[in-house]
Design a protein around this ligand. Structure first.
Ligand code: SF4
Length: 201
């Protein structure tokens, strides 16, 4: 809403709705503050205002259930994030799922041989949207030291990856860092990788 410059700026509320341009009552009754404005200000004091998009993102990041795909040594480090020392439960993520239909974060930890590529893709396909993928470690991200005919040279060749966690192996703290960075992306409104890449899910 356009702000009328004839309204006395000293009377304008410093609260969020006034900043957004809610000064219609002041325009109708320019000589004094209306009861309506008082009520809106007291409401703003009592309520937390947000957008539906931010509320949904907040819920998604605080209940992101991982589906583990542990394939090699990196998986041991991944398992450690549920321990009391690292405590992934702080972020509502302690429920590691063995069912892709009840998970929305696929953590690929370890090297993916070609034989495992099809099952991995099947698990990804069975996950409901929205869903995210973390490639944990050098092997999942690029094949690592296994530059040979048996190992897939990066899991992003078969599923869209949202976050790569470097290391061989990455420590649990590094995986936690990757998870928190992913949360930041979701909160910032960045869509999942499959939407950005236009990959059929
Ligand atoms: S990145 Fe290193 S620790 Fe992880 S699976 Fe490969 S060789 Fe093992």
């Amino acid at each position: 809403m356009a702000v009328d410059e004839t309204v006395d700026p000293k009377r304008a509320s410093k609260r969020p709705l006034a900043k957004a341009g809610l000064q219609s009552e002041a325009l109708l009754w320019p000589t004094r503050k209306s009861v309506f404005e008082d009520e809106v200000e007291s409401l703003e004091d009592a309520l937390g205002l947000t957008t539906l998009q931010k509320a949904v993102a907040w819920a998604q990041t605080n209940s992101m259930w991982p589906d583990t795909f542990g394939l090699a040594c990196c998986a041991i480090e991944m398992m450690a994030i549920v321990s009391s020392r690292h405590d992934i439960a702080r972020f509502g993520m302690e429920r590691f799922s063995s069912s892709p239909r009840q998970a929305d974060l696929l953590i690929v930890s370890g090297r993916v041989v070609h034989k495992m590529a099809a099952p991995l893709r099947q698990v990804y396909d069975q996950m409901l949207e929205p869903k995210w993928v973390i490639a944990m470690g050098a092997c999942a991200s690029s094949g690592g030291m296994f530059n040979n005919y048996t190992v897939l040279q990066g899991v992003d060749k078969i599923v869209p990856v949202d976050m790569h966690v470097p290391g061989c192996p990455p420590r649990p703290e590094a995986l936690m860092e990757g998870i928190l960075r992913l949360h930041e992306k979701v909160m910032a409104g960045v869509p999942p990788a499959y939407q950005i890449r236009g990959v059929a899910s």
